[in-house]
Design a protein around this ligand. Structure first.
Ligand SMILES: [Zn+2]
Length: 426
């Protein structure tokens, strides 16, 4: 039953999640509302986890006796009825987003400490964190003082909000949000905020929140830049960055020249009907930061693809295949990360709220819901059955919605600790 799978997944991976949600600094000091923050925030998580599509559905779909009992069980609290969606919005407008950043940070810490992600580490050590920006909201009219603007011929075409995400990526298709930076203009700014500036702000917080974490950033060619390399060296991070001629023309020329000299740096593999030819160059100096370059020409039955990466890993015959494989995972932030959150029922770009604070909080609740969703999908309680029984993940969560609305969960729960392994297949 999906309700029990949900409850087991949450209690296995995040036994303290409700406690973390309950302990956010609830700014409603008037104490007029009977609902605790965990009740309201769980409803916010269910809005996304159950793919409700709009806040209104909280009232239409979740106001059943069984759902209330299930929610009370989850919150270890007692509410007489399921809160109205306006009450969820009321909290989201007042809650400092930092509170939810901390909840998410606790969740990621927990996954790391319990070693759930250990076998996905690059070269056995590094968590691969892809960083990329994407669209969040678009408006015809100015929506808030922080909107970015798209102009053409001096005329404003539309207003928008973007967001920069850092997600732990695995070859099996997990994309776990670890840091978020909203790309927005600060008050009175004449220059538009941009992805790189957002990255500089994000990097500081990522280091502060995860000071000990062995990180390898997966970056696109926008990040092939001196200041990004400075940050990586300063924080002790590795990076694998798409290297294009246009991003650093002089360095690229140097790479081409050195390549013709270092003819010994070659490796070839044949696997899965693909021939891969690797080449590398060591020790290119960019203003005191040294990096290596990897090139990979892949030939399959129907196409040829070429990849070039720059990295501060010391590249050699023994690690080049793994490093290149890591670099190629970067696109997963677009697919497993953004596309799924925009389509498949999460409706990332849907204006769940017009309020600028609430928008951020709902975005963070979406990331928390998506983390739970992926762990349910990829966890060993389900993996073998998802295709057979549900056909697709979307149907699984339709079933979960139905189960939570109509049946009590967790009644047959034993106190025996359970093990949930994450799938090693995509
Ligand atoms: Zn705005």
């Amino acid at each position: 039953m999906t309700g029990d799978i949900f409850l087991k997944t949450v209690s296995h991976f995040f036994p303290k999640l409700t406690k973390w949600l309950a302990s956010v600094d609830d700014p409603r000091n008037e104490n007029k509302i009977i609902y605790g923050p965990s009740h309201l925030l769980w409803l916010g998580i269910f809005l996304f986890l159950l793919r409700l599509g709009s806040k209104r559905k909280i009232k239409y779909k979740l106001a059943t006796k069984d759902f209330l009992d299930n929610l009370n069980k989850l919150c270890a609290g007692y509410a007489e009825k399921v809160a109205h969606h306006d009450t969820v919005e009321y909290l989201c407008q007042r809650l400092d987003p930092e509170e939810l950043y901390v909840v998410r940070q606790n969740m990621v810490y927990r996954l790391i400490r319990m070693k759930a992600l250990d076998r996905f580490r690059l070269l056995g050590d590094y968590f691969m964190i892809a960083v990329d920006g994407t669209g969040h909201m678009v408006f015809k009219e100015r929506h808030c003082p922080h909107c970015l603007t798209k102009e053409k011929d001096g005329k404003i075409l539309y207003y928008y909000h973007n967001v920069l995400e850092a997600k732990i990526i695995t070859g099996t298709g997990l994309a776990i949000s670890v840091e978020t930076e909203f790309i927005l203009n600060s008050d009175g700014a004449t220059k538009q905020d941009c992805e790189l500036n957002a990255f500089y702000r994000m990097a500081k917080r990522l280091k502060k929140r995860f000071p000990q974490l062995a990180i390898c950033l997966l970056l696109d060619s926008l990040y092939a830049a001196g200041p990004v390399m400075d940050i990586a060296e300063k924080y002790g991070w590795k990076y694998i960055t798409t290297f294009k001629e246009g991003s650093m023309p002089e360095r690229y020329e140097e790479f081409t020249r050195l390549k013709s000299l270092s003819t010994g740096n070659r490796k070839e593999t044949e696997e899965d009907e693909a021939v891969r030819k690797y080449g590398w160059v060591n020790g290119i100096d960019h203003k005191g930061n040294f990096f290596d370059v990897i090139e990979l020409d892949e030939t399959t039955l129907d196409k040829k693809t070429r990849f070039v990466f720059m990295t501060n890993f010391k590249v050699g015959k023994n690690n080049i295949v793994k490093i290149a494989k890591g670099g190629r995972l970067r696109w997963k932030i677009e697919n497993e990360g953004f596309n799924i959150q925009k389509n498949r029922g999460f409706n990332l770009e849907h204006p769940y709220s017009q309020d600028e604070i609430s928008m951020k909080n709902l975005y963070l609740l979406l990331q928390i819901a998506y983390m739970i969703s992926q762990l349910m999908e990829k966890g060993s309680l389900l993996k073998q059955r998802i295709q057979k029984v549900f056909g697709s993940a979307t149907m699984l969560f339709e079933q979960l919605l139905e189960d939570l609305r109509t049946r009590p969960i967790g009644n047959n729960f034993s106190n025996k600790p359970i093990q949930i392994r994450l799938s090693s297949f995509p």
